[in-house]
Design a protein around this ligand. Structure first.
Ligand SMILES: Nc1ncnc2c1ncn2[C@@H]1O[C@H](COP(=O)(O)OP(=O)(O)O)[C@@H](O)[C@H]1O
Ligand SMILES: [Mg+2]
Length: 222
């Protein structure tokens, strides 16, 4: 569903050219449970931003379901992202002045598509499924890290995405809580057939996925 062809990402700082990603060719197929692994600074997040249509390459193409996204306007691009892609981050990125329920519903406020379901009911269902019903009206800074990450995953799911990108989703959690987050993502892949891409620097997390892509100094090495 996502294909990167000869993708480069470069920044010019003063007179020097920083090559953050070089000659990236990869394909993520529908239904995959896959990890991108590499040391800190290797370009994983940058690569995730390209795949998730949050940023555009300096060279090369990103195809989503065979559509060349470099040809799309900013508006079309954000529509596509909104409709098809969910994101989960290491820092959870919930908004503290909104309740858990309000955070989960946030993506629906910017959503230009008509939904064939009631997002409020969907949010309540997700809260129950993730064992967060008692946190529905809590504020994010009043609940645990594991609960915040489960709320963030619920937010990523509210518009029923085809693919979820999770950037170091267990990076701020203890090992045991991290494992519950991983099994939750695995479950979404198995039961709902949602394509899951996990970005990590930890080998034991990458080992849990079905396929792993290694990146080093902005290049795919395996
Ligand atoms: N906007 C930017 N301008 C300049 N350099 C950047 C920018 N974003 C990232 N980098 C650099 O690109 C490299 C890869 O960053 P990143 O993709 O965040 O790596 P990772 O997620 O693997 O830790 C790092 O050396 C980082 O400093
Ligand atoms: Mg990163």
């Amino acid at each position: 569903m996502i294909k990167l062809q000869d993708v480069y990402k470069e920044y010019t700082i003063g007179d020097s050219l920083l090559e953050i990603l070089q000659n990236i060719n990869l394909e993520i197929k529908k239904g995959e449970f896959i990890s991108i692994i590499g040391p800190s600074g290797s370009g994983k997040s940058t690569l995730m931003y390209m795949m998730g249509l949050l940023d555009i390459p300096t060279k090369g193409k990103v195809l989503m379901n065979d559509v060349d996204t470099s040809k799309l306007s900013d508006e079309k691009l954000s529509r596509l992202r909104n409709e098809k892609i969910g994101f989960v981050f290491q820092q959870f990125n919930l908004i503290n002045k909104f309740t858990v329920l309000e955070n989960i519903l946030l993506p629906t406020l910017y959503n230009p598509h008509t939904l064939d379901y009631d997002p409020q009911i969907k949010a309540i269902t997700l809260l129950k499924r993730f064992g967060l019903d008692h946190r529905t009206h809590s504020y994010p800074n009043k609940i645990s890290g594991g609960e915040q990450q489960r709320a963030a995953i619920a937010r990523a799911l509210i518009l029923e995405p085809e693919i979820i990108f999770a950037d170091e989703p267990t990076g701020n959690l203890d090992t045991k809580t991290g494992e519950t987050i991983l099994s939750l993502l695995e479950d979404l892949n198995k039961k709902e057939k949602i394509t899951i891409v996990i970005v990590t620097h930890e080998a034991h997390i990458a080992e849990k996925t079905k396929r792993s892509i290694s990146i080093q100094d902005g290049k795919i090495i395996k």
